[in-house]
Design a protein around this ligand. Sequence first.
Ligand SMILES: NC(=O)c1ccc[n+]([C@@H]2O[C@H](COP(=O)([O-])OP(=O)(O)OC[C@H]3O[C@@H](n4cnc5c(N)ncnc54)[C@H](OP(=O)(O)O)[C@@H]3O)[C@@H](O)[C@H]2O)c1
Length: 179
Amino acid sequence: MLVTGASGGVGSMAVSLLSQHGYEVVASTGKEAEHPYLRSLGATTVIGRDEVMGDEGRVLGKERWAAAVDCVGGETLAAVIRSLRYGGSVAASGLTGGNAFGSTVYPFIVRGVALLGVDSVLTPIEERRAVWANVRSDFPEETVAAMVAEEVGLDGIDGALVDMAAARVRGRVLVEPSR
Ligand SMILES: NC(=O)c1ccc[n+]([C@@H]2O[C@H](COP(=O)([O-])OP(=O)(O)OC[C@H]3O[C@@H](n4cnc5c(N)ncnc54)[C@H](OP(=O)(O)O)[C@@H]3O)[C@@H](O)[C@H]2O)c1
């Protein structure tokens, strides 16, 4: 299973969750310094962002991924789609690498791959509670702690957002209002 944007909040959770459920996880990241972190979350292999882009310009790439969680979007998502193995799926969560992507119908009609949309904003509260209950049982406290890159008070939010937009943040930033 491939996870792109792996050192971010969604990516970190995906790497950890998938590895705990027994999947072999390949984490793709633009941050060389976070390779040990991603291995500590359970990634079997850590690769650079560029390595996901293989076979650019072809409608079908080498079949590499059984499935993927893509947090990046843009041309990264296009690359993932053309590199899914027969019958594979990619869950598209984000757009940190851009909102538009070019693809052809070939991966869908020749390899039967699926593009799965993810939306957490309108997810009903019952489903959210069930997911968070799973998170509580699936993630040991130390794993969640490792995903918190920094804790800030309300006055630290602006700075944290600047770092996030520049992709300098690992995992999540915890906001402690009383700080
Ligand atoms: N659909 C939903 O319900 C839902 C829910 C939550 C979040 N989202 C979206 O999902 C995406 C990920 O959320 P997040 O909370 O994980 O964000 P995040 O913590 O900011 O992580 C995003 C990661 O994307 C990678 N990245 C950043 N800029 C990039 C670029 N130009 N090209 C390629 N990779 C880049 C970086 O990872 P590496 O350095 O490791 O490559 C970064 O850590 C965001 O777009 C967010 O808005 C959607």
